[in-house]
Design a protein. Structure first.
Length: 149
């Protein structure tokens, strides 16, 4: 792309011209940015699909009930639940002082919270805070199915 350097002082034209040589033109820069955005979005979609698959396998393995809520929130809620519960297990059992019996009691409480929105709201919580969060869950967050197998 051609640049008009006549509006620059004479002593600044050469330096600006060198700087321009190392840059893409506006159209090339926009094309590269858009291509990068598309690849980033594709990467995010692939990561989300992996996380979703892991969340579904985990929910099946540990007999977690399906979540309730708007269709568009269910997948996000499943991923949020999976991430928070696995972080809680790591913090409380693997790295903490809880035994499997204590965890089993908490796991039963986990099964009672069926509202996807609740899990999404807790997505930034620390795993060690999960017992307190579950104690604070309102009746609107508790599912209607029997959580005990």
């Amino acid at each position: 792309m051609a640049h008009n350097l006549s509006d620059r002082p004479a002593d600044r034209r050469a330096g600006f011209a060198r700087w321009l040589e190392g840059r893409d033109c506006t159209d090339c820069w926009k094309a590269a940015r858009d291509a990068d955005t598309e690849s980033k979005e594709a990467w995010i979609a692939a990561q989300r699909a992996k996380e979703q698959q892991a969340a579904r396998e985990w929910a099946e393995q540990f007999d977690m009930p399906p979540l309730e809520g708007p269709e568009k929130a269910l997948d996000w809620g499943e991923r949020s639940r999976h991430q928070l519960v696995t972080a809680a297990y790591r913090a409380l059992v693997s790295e903490g002082t809880w035994g499997e019996v204590d965890w089993a009691v908490l796991e039963d409480k986990i099964r009672t919270v069926a509202r996807a929105g609740w899990w999404i709201d807790q997505r930034d919580a620390e795993g060690s805070d999960l017992p307190e969060l579950l104690d604070a869950a309102a009746s609107d967050d508790i599912g209607t199915e029997n959580p005990f197998r």
